[in-house]
Design a protein around this ligand. Structure first.
Ligand code: SD4
Length: 324
């Protein structure tokens, strides 16, 4: 198609788009190389504090990372969840893909794997993450992601105990989540690339949610949830409330809709429709590009969703805003 190659990613993370584009054009890299380079750029720059080291500490004050990478030709996937003490999450995910027959490694063992593969391990706090954590402790540790539990009566913080009272099966909305996701505070890089040979790859990288419960893994490293790609169809990536999104595999849904003939815009809208029906207060977005380079996105719960693109159609990295 006349517009190929194409790089698209969530949010106005334009340096990431440029890094991926340069990898294809200047370094003659593959789509997998480009996704790794683009997501790495965000990890290094800590894109808005929501990607990479030193952002969004958990309830213990620790930043942990989720990432995945997927090859559209082979459907090979590598992913890490709740990765501790390593900054280079997308590259570790790629090592999982290329050096193991597994798909997803988590927690301390993912860190051990990274160390074996030669990645640097060490402290990944920042002054900012320490400050966010301190403020949260000072504000009575607002237990954003618990339900039907009681805090320690002395501290009003954890450890939480199961509440003996009524059990509410409805998801409680978290103020913090809504502050964390929006056009002023971008989250999670999700990227889809079509390289010069028409081959596709996708990936994600994130540090998840502020004050998440330690051990929490979001949608980002889950194939079909955080992102998904099929060389013969197209790819998609998601951002938003991952606890909800992973129940619906919106990236897989969008790619399957494109396979059945939907445009990227229609496919992403359909993927979100399923979620919104059950979770009307859900906040998130899905971005998709088909194998010909047509692109589109849908979003919910925020005024608009910006995504970044570079292709032959756009002679510089361009931010497109979709109204929600
Ligand atoms: C997560 N989906 O960990 C990520 C966060 C995100 O916009 O994308 N926020 O749930």
């Amino acid at each position: 198609c006349q517009w190929l190659p194409v790089v698209v990613n969530t949010w106005p993370f334009t340096n990431a788009t440029q890094a991926a584009w340069d990898t294809i054009i200047m370094k003659k890299g593959t789509s997998v190389d480009a996704v790794e380079a683009g997501c790495t750029e965000c990890e290094v720059q800590q894109c808005d504090g929501t990607v990479g080291w030193g952002g969004d500490p958990d309830e213990n004050g620790e930043t942990t990372l989720d990432a995945m990478i997927m090859d559209g030709i082979t459907h090979d996937v590598g992913a890490v969840g709740a990765l501790r003490r390593v900054k280079t999450a997308i590259s570790v995910a790629r090592a999982v893909m290329e050096r193991t027959t597994h798909t997803l490694l988590v927690g301390d063992q993912a860190t051990e794997f990274a160390a074996q593969m030669g990645f640097h391990t060490g402290d990944i706090h920042s002054n900012k993450s320490i400050e966010i954590y301190k403020q949260w402790r000072l504000n009575n540790c607002q237990p954003n992601y618990w339900k039907n539990v009681l805090p320690d009566p002395k501290t009003s913080c954890g450890p939480y105990k199961p509440s003996p009272f009524h059990v509410n099966h409805k998801r409680q909305l978290s103020e913090d989540l809504y502050k964390g996701i929006g056009d002023q505070n971008h989250d999670t890089i999700g990227m889809v690339v079509i390289d010069g040979n028409g081959n596709m790859a996708c990936g994600t990288s994130t540090n998840g949610l502020n004050h998440k419960i330690p051990g929490r893994v979001g949608d980002s490293p889950i194939p079909g949830a955080g992102s998904y790609v099929d060389n013969d169809v197209g790819g998609a990536a998601a951002t938003g409330d991952g606890g909800v999104m992973m129940r619906f595999l919106p990236s897989y849904h969008a790619v399957m809709m494109m396979k059945m003939g939907a445009s990227p815009g229609e496919a992403t809208a359909d993927a979100l429709k399923n979620i919104i029906r059950l979770y009307p207060d859900f906040v998130g977005a899905v971005l998709a590009v088909n194998k010909n380079g047509a692109h589109g996105a849908a979003c919910h719960g925020i005024p608009k969703f910006p995504y970044s693109i570079r292709s032959l159609q756009y002679d510089e990295v361009t931010v497109i805003e979709v109204p929600c």
